[in-house]
Design a protein around this ligand. Sequence first.
Ligand SMILES: C[S@@+](CC[C@H](N)C(=O)[O-])C[C@H]1O[C@@H](n2cnc3c(N)ncnc32)[C@H](O)[C@@H]1O
Length: 377
Amino acid sequence: MTQKESELRQYDWTFQGANSREGVHSIHPYPAKFIPQIPHQLIEIYADSKSDVVFDPFCGSGTALVEAMKKGHSSIGVDVHPLACLISRVKTRPLPDDFGNRAREIITSVRNRYPGDVEPPDLPNIDHWFKKPIQQALTLIIDELEQVENQPTKEALQVALSSIIVRVSNQDSNTRYAAVEKDVTAEDVLQKFSQASSKIESAFKKNSEWRRNSATCDVLNENILEVEPSDIPQKVDLVITSPPYPNAYEYWLYHKYRMYWLGLADPTEVKENEIGARPHYQGSNPRDETDFEERMVSLFDLLRDITTEDATASFVVGRSVIQGEEVDNGKLLERAADAAGFYTADSASRSIPSNTKSFNPGYSKIKDEKILTFKKL
Ligand SMILES: C[S@@+](CC[C@H](N)C(=O)[O-])C[C@H]1O[C@@H](n2cnc3c(N)ncnc32)[C@H](O)[C@@H]1O
């Protein structure tokens, strides 16, 4: 393909200065999430009609699913991380009418009950990461949440609570896993929970008009490598995704205490199935890049079966550092796609703004990524 023929290279994918936190996109932090402008632009380029279905096999916090819905497309997302699926579900359905009142009732009730007679859960190292009054306030909020019967309301409240857990813990920040002295009280927990709930309410008000369209969204909490074609409810026209890079981000670690507090899953079990998690690349029998490539071949095998004949599969992918060596994940993806009967139809590169933070210092030095679009041979 010549430079001229590339559709992707006609755009500046950096989106410098664009607001990436508009509406529901800002209700919960998530590592390595798409800026919404990327899936939005890919849908603009590749969708032929409103009936085109969008699929994100690594949907994370649901950015591509939300952008699909905004444009009236039904979508399907898969993620191994239960918190990712919780956030995606909440973002892609209407906010229940009773959400605000339930949040306020919980806050009043916890204020009346504090310090209360409920025991904090038996979480690993809880005293290292949470001061006693914080443990007590969180335990009371969770106890109140358990009594919320309407599941969509409960899940939206869980997202509000999850979004504040790192801030009220002793953890330095979302990207720095070290305990520091913080001046946080039980009342701060309630205030932050109240602010997070109000933020969700106003985010949904901003996004109210596109929620009236008939697009549907299915979110599956699965290891993509174990998904069968029959698990995917509709034929897919557009795949839009950003895969987990080998030895880069650690989603299970980033969300470890959120998962513990919400009782979503054992984070160490999520780690086992998380493609790319750093522990898999360390120790006596470390994985290497061929392992990532093989996993991506399995993904493309699935994509071949669930997509329409003229479907496009767009991946946003950067490089990794494995055992001190820089690895071009884009090349690995191209090889995997080729092995599964796809070809590279278009590509472009984008630079990552220099303020992006990561748990992995080696990774944060890498400042560009590729956008690759594959089609079936
Ligand atoms: C780059 S992030 C996706 C972020 C997403 N685009 C967003 O905007 O929030 C990659 C995702 O892959 C998920 N993941 C890792 N291994 C997986 C697996 N085996 N099956 C499904 N999802 C997996 C991680 O949990 C993470 O959410």
